[in-house]
Write a protein that binds this ligand. Sequence first.
Ligand code: PNS
Length: 172
Amino acid sequence: MGKTIAIYPGSFDPVTRGHMDIIERASKTVDHLIVGVLVNSAKSPLFTVEERVALLKQVTAQYPNVEIRSFEGLLVDFARASGAHILIRGLRAVTDFEYELQMSQTNHKLSPNVETMFLTTSIEYSYLSSTTVREIAAFGGDVTQFVPQAVAVELEKKMKSTRKKKESVTDE
Ligand code: PNS
């Protein structure tokens, strides 16, 4: 039998401890895990795709079978090009279910030999999302318990530069 290659896709804007939990557990269940970072995840992501990829590479360096790549377009096309037949998604709560079901069924229709497998998020991260992390950071809150250390540092830098930009606009 060939190697089991899986893709864990997402926006990762930025990667949280919840994502890290899924990456660690998924990496133990497959031979090779590709973390797929969607290029245009939101109209204006906080971190550029290069920044999101670099951060993910840094915080997953300890996992030898984890690879970080960005992708554009359809996830199933990226899966096909990568030789992956498994998509991994994390489920936090029932509220995630409808969207995830729709996505997995659509992907399965588009590419019948691709299966989505769900990992339930560990209880301690079930409330966590990149959106809340960005909001906390924007208001100067402490995000260290929600994201890896390297991400907390980059978030702080990002917020400082955003504040500076805003100040220079209001000064004009
Ligand atoms: O972290 P997110 O934002 O919940 O991840 C969403 C993602 C990247 C998995 C999803 O938006 C995606 O796969 N986008 C690529 C476009 C695509 O394939 N769409 C059809 C499937 S619904």
